[in-house]
Design a protein around this ligand. Structure first.
Ligand SMILES: Cc1ncc(COP(=O)(O)O)c(C=O)c1O
Length: 409
């Protein structure tokens, strides 16, 4: 069967029998990958502009990354956090050097990194702000799927079935400084935002807005927490997206690309917010030597292969070429985002149809809602591959635009 078309492959019914169906996925089974390419069980090669949802920053089977995890696994894959390990301490040193003066708590995912940030804010509020504990977030946010991060996310669709969610979160509309001014009252201990909202369609926060948030946090004695789970690790053309705006957060979270495909999360806590003490938090797997060795290999490759500068250059190339498709009459309204975190806005509700047609053309892209395609490819994507991706995207958009529009309901 060709990837994404024809009869249902057996793995779909096997999965339906034994997996909780929390993901709506096309009938594509991925079996291997190399660089920016993945191969399906039926032998199709797809140019991967999803990159494990911004995880595979070095692409698939990167030689340096493979060598590092193989060597570490053969020595010590896991050790309890009751003991020190060299890769964990070295990774923390290098993360701190890449970001701002801080100390690091390691976990296993973006949601966990944000949970740690929420705990930091709560403890800081008890210690410095008479127990103030409300955290302000922006509409359209996505901070994870645990109960507290769902409350921070504030989306009815994700959170409603699981009420009651933890209290202490307040959401304000995006781009409304007046509403923010009112919302950040005496109960508020922190503002938590993504520099570019990923899950709601690649919606950037302007650098000025980020600077304004920093100013507001200073004026009201709150913490600025930046969720760089998706924007971090060079993806936007800077190591951390907030570095474009020249602001320094009090707390920053990262995950996704950090270990290039092994689970890890990290919460960086600046001196002002450095309140965690022995016993306050913990994680069995958080920052284990295998994940940390993988992350060190990612940092090495980012530097050696100049992947952060390349993310900026290839991102611009992609943006220009996609806007070229718009100029040729395809229903593209805008390209949002920075570096290799791009959202292609569509003038018609054909995102899902385009993603399906793209598979037939040999390309993976991620539809968000009806009218956005997200491109978060590996940072190793070459110029030639970027041009190929745009050609394939153009053909997919033409095919999807030629289909009859879905009717209401
Ligand atoms: C900005 C942001 N924060 C948090 C998360 C949650 O990360 P995880 O799925 O690793 O828990 C995501 C995941 O998409 C994200 O994009």
């Amino acid at each position: 069967m060709t990837a994404g078309s024809g009869a249902e492959p057996p793995i779909v019914s096997r999965a339906r029998a034994v997996l909780c169906e929390t993901y709506a996925r096309p009938p594509i089974t991925l079996v291997s990958g190399a660089g920016a390419w993945v191969e399906t069980a039926d032998g199709a090669r797809l140019l991967d502009c999803v990159g494990g949802l911004a995880v595979n920053v070095l692409g698939h089977a990167h030689p340096g990354w493979l060598a590092a995890i193989t060597a570490q696994a053969s020595r010590l894959a896991h050790a309890s956090n009751l003991y020190y390990t060299e890769p964990q301490v070295e990774l923390a040193e290098r993360l701190v050097a890449s970001a701002f003066p801080s100390r690091v708590f390691f976990s296993n995912s973006g949601a966990e990194a944000n949970e740690a940030a929420i705990k930091v804010a709560r403890k800081w509020g008890r210690r410095h702000r008479s127990g103030a504990h409300t955290i302000v977030t922006l509409a359209g946010a996505f901070h994870g799927r645990t109960l507290a991060t769902l409350a921070a996310t504030g989306s009815a669709r994700y959170g409603e079935p699981f009420q009651p969610l933890p209290a202490g979160f307040r959401q304000v509309p995006r781009g409304d400084p007046g509403a923010l001014d009112v919302a950040v009252d005496d109960d508020v201990v922190a503002i938590l935002v993504e520099p570019i909202q990923g899950e709601s369609g690649v919606v950037p926060l302007a650098d000025d807005e980020l600077r304004r948030l920093r100013g507001l946090c200073d004026a009201r004695d709150c913490l600025l927490i930046l969720d760089e789970v998706q924007t971090g690790m060079g993806r936007t053309g800077r190591m951390w997206a907030h570095q474009w705006a020249g602001v320094v957060p009090d707390v920053m979270t990262c995950a996704k690309g950090l270990a290039g495909g092994l689970p890890i999360g990290a919460t960086l806590v600046g001196p002002r917010a450095d309140v965690l003490e022995p016993g306050d938090h913990g994680s069995t797997f958080g920052g284990n030597p295998l994940a940390c060795a993988a992350a060190l290999a990612v940092l090495d490759a980012l530097g050696r292969e100049r992947l952060i500068e390349r993310a900026d250059q290839i991102g611009e190339l992609l943006r220009e070429s996609i806007l070229g498709l718009a100029a040729s009459g395809l229903p593209i309204t805008e390209v949002r985002g920075r570096g290799l975190m791009l959202g292609v806005g569509l003038g018609r509700p054909i995102a899902a149809a385009t993603a399906r047609a793209a598979v037939a053309e040999g390309l993976l892209v991620n539809p968000i809602g009806d009218r956005t395609l997200r491109l978060v490819p590996p940072l190793v994507l070459t110029e030639v591959e970027a041009q190929l991706a745009v050609e394939r995207l153009g053909r997919a958009l033409s095919a999807a635009a030629a289909e009859p529009e879905p009717g209401p309901g």
